[in-house]
Write a protein that binds this ligand. Sequence first.
Ligand code: KG4
Ligand code: ZN
Length: 329
Amino acid sequence: MTVLALESSCDETAVAILRDGALLASEVASQIALHAATGGVVPEVASRSHLIMLRPTLDAALSKAGISLAEVDAFAATRGPGLATSLMLGMSVAKGLAVGFGKPFLAVNHMEGHLLSPFFGKGGPSPAVGLIVSGGHTMLVDITATASYRLLGQTVDDAAGEAFDKVGKLLGLPYPGGPNVNRLARDGNPKAIDFPRSMLHSDDFAFSFSGLKTSVRYLLPKLAETPLADICASFQEAIVDVLIAKTIRAARTTGRDTIAISGGVSCNTRLREKLTAACEKENLHLLLADPTLCTDNAAMIGYVATLRLAAGETSSLTTDIDPNLRLVV
Ligand code: KG4
Ligand code: ZN
């Protein structure tokens, strides 16, 4: 079974090819440089870039995999959530290829791609507590089996990645803020500033990061006397502490012995380091995706497509994009 998957939900044009669940190629054309000038994604600019980059990215993936389109058994694409004008491009290409080659089409939920990415190449999904931390989402999910998810909690305001990006912008760091805050934090003292850990002790699995962002804003007048590295390290520590405390508690509450963490923020080196130590201490098994699978990519879409196609699922060609698609209804 050879699956070709497209991902164009936001600002990465990505194409992956999987054969029997093994990755043959995963190409990502990043738009980071394009959006750096505006400090954020402008939807029209993103969709125009997808239009330009989809064909060369597809060709690069085919050439890396050493196959032709005629050898593909099914075409998959991200249906949502994401930017409407970006989603429709990947979906249209996948549908067009499926019609042209007379092969099945499968629409994939971007969040399921993130959620299951830590299981890729590790024997398939198994019961776990999943933490998705991306630019648009922060959610804890109880994974009972493939396609069976229960939402434990999510952010009530900003997503973790959004908080990193907004704070990066406040501090005048290059776009996107997340990796740059992470980089500067390496030389900072995480205890320098005692930022609030919102909802740390709340009796649920909800998160809130907008107050933390405001606390950083209050510091701006004192920027000259506070080392930037200390602000970054302390801010990062506050986010990481809350994410870890709630995830460990979710595992204890659900009785799961495995934690699977995904999404762009799961690239964060401090989060990976502290969560690894916390899981060791709590005797929990930690599944971390390879950093190339954490930020947006098509391999995770192809992985979900492979699992669903194997279970006999396909999508109708009338399936439309859904910018607000939910993981759990
Ligand atoms: O999963 P992703 O690529 O896109 C969404 O689906 O949202 O996540 C992108 C987010 C951005 O907010 C980016 O700043 C953040 O992930 N990110 C990081 C790091 N690398 C990427 N945040 C903190 N530390 C990092 N090393
Ligand atoms: Zn994503």
